[in-house]
Design a protein. Structure first.
Length: 175
């Protein structure tokens, strides 16, 4: 009987002594992750980047780019007043309309010529975007900025290379 109680006491003591062993792997991971990350960057990623970028840090000329279509950044901006866009507000039985007037800003001096050449497509795109708005859309905060971004992206798809830097609304009327 004394042997059984002694075995139970030994078993109870050994069960309690192994509590801190689970922290060792976690501590090793925390301590070694910065070292492993540094080594991966220095010996794997950095040599690959050096292969892509030549020694002087300059990039090579790509043959698919037309140098005539790339405009230089001179800091000067050019503005074109876009004609009024009038559309019906969606979902109100054509009893309400939306009038928008905006200006296109670009650093490309050819923006005026390009807008005149593509006026039909640009007007159609602006009308399609604005005509899809409901009265509830007009009441939501941020609608104007979302429409500004959609028009800018759409105009840049039509006017290649990318020409539209910003769109400024001068009138935004829902009647």
């Amino acid at each position: 009987m004394a042997e059984e109680t002694q075995n139970q006491e030994v078993a109870a003591k050994t069960g309690k002594s192994g509590g801190g062993g689970g922290m060792l792997p976690a501590l090793l991971i925390i301590a070694l992750m910065p070292v492993v990350s540094y080594a991966m960057f220095k010996f794997v990623f950095l040599p690959e980047l050096k292969k892509i970028v030549p020694e002087g840090g300059t990039t090579t000329h790509h043959e698919g780019i037309d140098p005539k279509k790339i405009h230089a950044e001179s800091g000067e901006t050019y503005r074109v007043d876009f004609p009024d866009v009038i559309v019906n507000v969606k979902g109100v039985s054509l009893s309400r309309f939306h009038l928008t007037t905006f200006t296109i800003e670009s650093s490309n001096p050819d923006i005026d010529h390009e807008v005149r050449d593509n006026l039909a497509a640009l007007t159609d795109l602006a009308g399609t975007i604005l005509g899809g708005l409901t009265l509830a859309d007009h009441e939501q905060a941020g609608t104007k900025n979302a429409i500004r971004n959609q028009i800018k992206q759409g105009f840049n798809k039509i006017l290649q290379p990318l020409m539209v830097d910003e769109i400024y609304f001068s009138q935004w009327v829902v009647q």
